[in-house]
Design a binder for this molecule. Sequence first.
Ligand code: DGJ
Length: 735
Amino acid sequence: MGIKVNKEGNIFQINTENSTYLMGIAYGKYLGHLYYGKRMEDMEGQYLLRVKEDEAGINWHRRDKITLMDSFYFEYPSWGVGDYRDPALRVRDEGGFRVCELEYEGYEIKSGKPCLEGMPATFEGGEAGQKAQTLEIILRDALLGLKVLLRYSIFEDSDAIIRSVTAINEGTQKLYLEKILSASLDMDNEDYQLFTLHGSWARERRITGRTVSEGKHIVGSLRGETSHQNQPFLALTTNGTSQTSGDVIAMNFVYSGNFIAETELDHKDGIRMSMGIHPDGFEWVLKPGASFTTPEVVMVYSSEGLGKMTRTFHSLYQNHLICSKFLHQKRPILINNWEATYFDFDDAKLLSIAKEAKKLGIEMLVMDDGWFGKRNNDESSLGDWFVNEEKLRGGVAVLAEQVHEAGLKFGIWFEPEMISPDSELYRAHPDWAIQVPGREPSMGRHQYVLDLTRQEVVDHAYESVAKILRSASIDYVKWDMNRPLADVGSFTLGAEYMGEFYHRYVLGVYQMQERLMQEFPDLLLENCSGGGARFDPGMLYYSPQIWTSDDMDPIERLTIQEGTALVYPLSTMGAHICVCPNHTVGRETSMETRANVALAGTFGYELDITKLTEEEKNEAKFFNQQYHKYHDLVREGAYYRIASYRENQRYDCWQVNSRDRQEVLVTYVQVRNEPEQRSRRIRLQGLAPRLKYQLEGTEEVYSGEMLMNAGYLQEMMYGDYRSRLLHFTAVESLN
Ligand code: DGJ
């Protein structure tokens, strides 16, 4: 595979199929970054360390140490020795000193890829069994006795490089890790544009771009979860980069808590790009002999624009991250009762939905929030995970059986990390809620968050969920989390360890999800966080799908799903047909457009199916058949973004190609009709140029090269919010 070291042992080369990453040792001790870009076989990039410039005195002012430190391209920069850019590592010793100077000590190349204890991580294998290789570089601060292991892994089928870092205290005093990022990348600025993903509740992951300019640009979360607001994703692109051309360097974080993603343009036009656990509120105590490992950052380089970057993330996550056995299976078409009933339901209502749903070809009923304790609104009962028998006579097991008898699978909602002040659990264990003694904890959606840094709380929360799952035949769980963390503190951690709180909380969540996967391997898990506040690679490790957003309006979803699919596979995006008018924005749209947009995700319904007209029910039947017809392609195919409504304000278009390029599905949404316009030219991507493709339902046949270069002509449709699926199948070869 692709990791090599030159014979002098001072240049490291990591080659994936299309990219090369080079590091080198300068002055016999500093590990510097040399190159990340198009694949090269030549690894003699020593000159890129710019040592000669110093020695020749060209940059005479760099002869002293701090000016050198201030501009050297460090592979893993540390705080305190004259590099004034934001560091990846800041360590405090018992004396309160924060100076750390990492020097190169050695390396090891290993076959395979290590797991990270207690955390999600990419893994070797996947369905096709592809192999991995790992380079470990050892750095050391001899005075502190601190060993730092930089880890770089690659897979034979991927252009991604996976990075993580382990700090090991081999000294005799306690060390305090105030900041320890997973990846940092120093390089020359090439007039980069920076792309990030931002939003809010019901408006998640909108793509935002700007030119990189002097100073720092920080994206992050301090909410204890990934957040609606920001994604742990950064992409730097050269000027003019499009979906199909231009250079892209991107990072994504396999983590579900506080994160920082930063770019810093320095005074000499160098750029530092970094990602990891957010240092604010973080401090990890490293006793002698102890170690700390960071979560992983995935780095991707593409010389073929954003589209290639996207497909690299998608296939990495599908082949090497998502563990669920459902990953490559067609998911059951589900109907969720949340927007149909909110809290106002009982078993009879749910069964009437299930029976009607069955007639239309829906395959699973999901009972959402409100089935437990005395929860008739969002002001009580979180933590009291026992059934409300006034709503479900006979309990969950009986309802599950009835739903199964009606011919559907059965799913259930939990919010295991939360506790309502009005709950039996809170009355018994008020100290289990995250809080600061003597301070009234802040409420969010009338609830507190459980202190998952405590093992007995994790055990109790897990057991509450598991008990229900053991007691009934349940096929699916929706795991929700409806508020961020605040008033952070634990009664048991102790003052010295309070800085470990946020990370320990995330480890508690991961532990529960891991146990769930192990104990219930046949359970389909969908993560959710008040919509899409925890849509990240960390959660994808455990659940093959995540609820994308509470906003199901198909027009709002265009932008949300475009941003989500920039990084995450279509097979992971929870997407449903909503009620009309939509509850979030009040927009009226056809069921066809709602269905066509939901088809880009896992597909399902969130409306009261018993209230549909006969005509709507027939439509639903048709769209369910359509799902079965196309969903293998959508789930397994390669995704291409053709046009963006966010950019053009008129229409949206994406495409999925089967891996063998024999079949293509294009989704076109005309958001706004315009009079007196010619048909719109849609240039497809990734087809076989010399194959001829027939458009389903017509006699029209086009060559791949014609569709890609000249394009397909989509005529204007009468009305707004119209949509169309174009399904092409290869029929013959041009030669
Ligand atoms: C937020 C979720 O995103 C919704 O789908 C629903 O499950 C509610 N929580 C229930 O409280």
